[in-house]
Design a protein around this ligand. Structure first.
Ligand SMILES: [Zn+2]
Length: 213
């Protein structure tokens, strides 16, 4: 794929985030690793998704140097930290959806209360400790809480999901918001019953067998 096509993917993905309620305006950000290169493409800072053009999308090396496009998203350090820690990750999506933000605000992670929690996310979705947006400290906290899974909540902030490609990372972000909604509803109904540990272990094995992303 040409660089231009990767930049178009970011524009397309950003519009999908708005359509699916994952982001509004220019909030949140998304990136793609360019296979075989030490480069990523990432949404630029403060450009609304509806008005974003491919040539505005930032092209950055893994050290964070801007090579082409506008100033990258302020959350660039968090994206780079995930790509450095997880060689198999091809795309990262950071969003501010309503239900996930509510759980992130009260510091509640998502335990395995539905079968799909482990199958989709690799296990309990944890809450990364708070640090200011865009900081290296936040990037470290996110990588630690993400571990080998593909979704994490950011305390008082939002979500981060990763995948082998952008479609999968976006699907996981959408699934995470649905799961957060179910979890909040189950808490309101008196609290969920949790899955037996044996089931969680088997589903974790299935997640790993499917590539762990
Ligand atoms: Zn954010």
């Amino acid at each position: 794929m040409e660089l231009e096509e990767f930049r178009r993917e970011i524009v397309r993905g950003g519009r999908r985030m708005v359509e699916r309620g994952l982001a509004h305006g220019s909030a949140g950000n998304l990136s793609l690793r360019i296979p075989g290169e030490e480069l990523i493409v990432i949404s630029p800072s403060h450009v609304p998704y509806e008005r974003m053009e491919p040539e505005q999308v930032s092209v950055v090396d893994l050290k964070g140097n801007l090579l082409e496009g506008l100033t990258p998203s302020t959350e660039l350090p968090m994206h780079l930290a995930v790509y450095r820690a997880r060689k198999e990750v091809g795309a990262v999506v950071h969003a501010h959806p309503v239900c996930a933000c509510a759980l992130a605000a009260v510091g509640l992670g998502i335990p395995p209360f539905l079968e799909e929690v482990v199958v989709l996310f690799g296990g309990e979705v944890e809450v990364a400790e708070y640090a200011p947006p865009g900081s290296a400290e936040l990037a470290g906290n996110v990588v630690r809480a993400l571990g080998r899974k593909n979704a994490v909540l950011l305390s008082n902030h939002g979500t981060l999901c990763c995948g082998p490609d952008l479609d999968r990372a976006l699907e996981t972000s959408e699934a995470l918001e649905r799961t957060c909604r179910s979890y909040i509803l189950s808490l309101l109904l008196g609290g969920p019953r949790y899955l037996p540990e044996e089931v969680v272990r088997l589903q974790r094995e299935l997640f790993e067998a499917l590539g762990g992303l």
